[in-house]
Design a protein around this ligand. Structure first.
Ligand SMILES: [Cu+2]
Length: 228
């Protein structure tokens, strides 16, 4: 091959390599499939508390990433479970939240996350018992947290026993092993309030914080608070 031919080959291979790199970075940065918005503003009379029923599951079992951990939420109008983490809520309203937690747990990396913060009574109901701090070195540890940093809300979602047969396809039947966690908090003025899990539960991703931890509709989302 001539000098010019070899040079052309090198340049073409270099451009292909750059192209592949750009493509893989773009794929990595691309946001997840945008979901809808689950509207809780019409599910109750004005001024009445809003009830949110959610699940946390060890593997969603469907969609683009069936093995990923995820939240699910019950649509208050259709009464169907949906994989959607954008929730439209009325401003200055008490939110009564129940989370059915089907995933196993482990000790928390940061023990602060074991505290129940920003909720009514600074506590949660764990299977009917009032808890204000959970020691994740005891029992079955913590699987996820539900946290709304701008509201100061942080609730540890206690794990189930990992050696039991766990639910692998959401939505999960309450016949499967789970913990029922309920708590209340109050929305503030209109705005977009991000919420997320702080337990690095994205197994197989850098420090557990990639994948489901950074993808909309899995381990975080937004409270879209509106004036009624
Ligand atoms: Cu999580």
């Amino acid at each position: 091959m001539s000098m010019r031919g070899r040079l052309t080959t090198v340049i073409v291979l270099f451009l292909v390599a750059v192209g592949l790199l750009v493509l893989s970075v773009a794929t990595f940065l691309k946001p997840g499939t945008p979901g809808g918005v689950t509207d809780f503003t019409k599910s109750q009379a004005a001024g009445q508390p809003v009830h949110i029923l959610a699940q946390t599951v060890g593997s969603i079992g469907f969609g683009a990433h069936p093995t990923w951990v995820s939240y699910m939420v019950m649509n208050p109008t259709t009464h169907k479970w949906v994989q959607d983490t954008t929730w439209k809520l009325p401003a200055h309203t008490k939110i009564d939240m129940t989370i059915e937690q089907f995933d196993s747990g482990s000790p928390l990396r940061n023990q602060e996350w074991g505290q129940i913060l920003g909720t009514f009574g600074h506590s949660m109901q764990l299977n009917g018992k009032t808890v204000s701090v959970y020691n994740s070195f005891t029992g079955t540890g913590v699987g996820h947290t539900f946290a709304v940093p701008t509201l100061g809300v942080s609730v540890p979602l206690v794990g189930v026993n990992g050696s039991d047969t766990l639910c692998g396809v959401a939505p999960c039947s309450t016949k499967m092993p789970h913990n029922e966690i309920s708590f209340s908090f109050e929305t503030q003025g209109a705005g977009s309030y991000p919420w997320q899990c702080f337990v690095p539960c994205g197994l197989g991703f850098l420090y557990g914080n990639g994948g489901p931890m950074s993808t909309q509709n899995y381990m975080g989302g937004f409270l879209e608070v509106v004036n009624s």
